[in-house]
Design a protein around this ligand. Sequence first.
Ligand code: M6R
Length: 615
Amino acid sequence: MCGIVGYVGNENASGPVLNGLATLEYRGYDSAGLATIEPGLDHLGIYKAAGKLVNLRQVVDDAQPQGTTAIGHTRWATHGDPTTVNAHPHTTADQRLAVVHNGIIENHLEVAAMLREEHGITPVSDTDTEIIAHLIGTLYTGDLKEAVRQATQVLTGQYAIGVIHRDHPDTIVAAVNGAPMVIGTTDDVAVLCSDVAGLLPYTRHITAVPDGHMAMLTPGHMEIFDQDGAPATGHTYEVDWTAEEAEKGGYPSFMAKEIAEQPRAVRDTMTGRWDGTQVHIDEVSFDLSRLKTFDKIIIVACGTSHHAGLVARRAFEHWTRLSTEVEIASEFRYRDPIVNKATLVVAISQSGETADTIAAMQYAQDQGATTLGVTNMVGSTLARGADSVIITRAGREVAVASTKAFTTQIVALMVAALWIGQARGNLYVEEIQAVFDDLQSLPDAMETVLAQDAYIGSLATALVNRLTSQHGYVMFFGRLNGLPIALEGALKLKEISYLHAEGFASGEMKHGPIALIEPGVTVIAIATEGAVKTKVMSNIEQVKGRGAHVIAIVTEGDDDVRALADDVIVVPAAMELASPILAVIPVQMLALHVANALDRDVDQPRNLAKTVTVE
Ligand code: M6R
């Protein structure tokens, strides 16, 4: 998360840097900041504001900086609250050196201890980034590039950093390890950015800084160096995107981009949640002993977030041993539910602004319940109102059809279930470690599903060709873990393709829905490994016997379902509670391909809005 921009050139740098930051707001927007090298000042100009970029624009408008070299940052808080003091850039105490940073410094506590003991430095913020500034400051003896290089030998973790120093008015030094940074130049300008979108006003000729390398930017020039400081080359390429396409990262739609981002989003959502002994969530405003007093959990949410709750119910019951109900938020408060101070209500909302979910949470609080919010939006109404919060780090989700929010919500909910289970004394450290070990393997497994895009596209084309005016619908079914994925698959498909699609518990088929089956109807069966796979296989046989065309989602190595279904989409094996995180990707991709084949506006489907702020 977080976005960084740097500009060194011949015009006032604050405008170009603010514009670059605007293209990066999807990476986080809980605070922003800018550092400039101001003519006539013996320290840097530092401008920061909590909240969105518009607040920083106001600060900069008021201050009117003049410098032609600047670095800027838009933040998604990982270390420390989203306050002005924690906003980047971070500086040395004399404010002559400033750093912007995207990533996480894993050894920041050790480095901070060394800086305190050996140099008497006490940080003013709660961030890992400020440590970088102080470290470079202690290593600086007149050669900024060398000081940054030496600092990179000390730091561990993932980072892309941009550094400026008052004594080097036309220079930005950058370093990269496991986080993106691209650079572009014109005759008299050099610009760096976390993604290509920020470079497009200048050039379409892009240089990516390789991992473990550094860069030095001066007006119209850039040089790349390896970790020994020797000259090296970056990865260069041309892009021909429009600005809008650049925001889409070259994908044809935001939905396609957001589906593809899921491995990264899931990885980010897990980062820092487990330190080997303790599960961590973002914010808790009550005494943790309260976690032992609950006798029931109720999950409230709408749409896709509700489906994430359905997936997570098993994890909550398994790890907390508390009875867990999942409610549609818009139904919840009207039926006089039994909620009291022994109830934990978990409210899930990507936007954190869905009116029904907020109202359900507030209703529960009025009854004395404790609330846990799960949201993608720091600072949203849900995040501010809940008694504790866990933030999904999906990054900005633009497409109306929710995809990466869903998979990150499941991960966040599993973390929450482990957190409560640990506090209640239900789980040994080894058990939690084993779950986190399993979760760590998910991003790579997700990549193997995403790699089947062309094949899933061909299944979608065939599905569209099977539709007739008599049966222009698609049925999804599954059981247990598979049921929420069947519901989610149907929601995705109807929402963006406008086809009628329904998800069913497959055991319920013979209680009514099987009457809809006739030759040629497509049934998508969620038939991954687990306690009920053989039951789902019987249900597949029943619809096959009546002429359905079955596309089954199966686990790698499965031959049983493969023998029954017409087509299969294979997902890697995973722990059963987390397997929906993999099984949902094919139904997202299938829905996207069907909608594209039908020429729908997948990002902005008719009649819908991304955030539903009315009842
Ligand atoms: O922002 P929220 O997670 O509260 O939104 C809930 C639903 O409106 C949302 O998931 C909706 O169902 C999606 N468009 C589904 O793709």
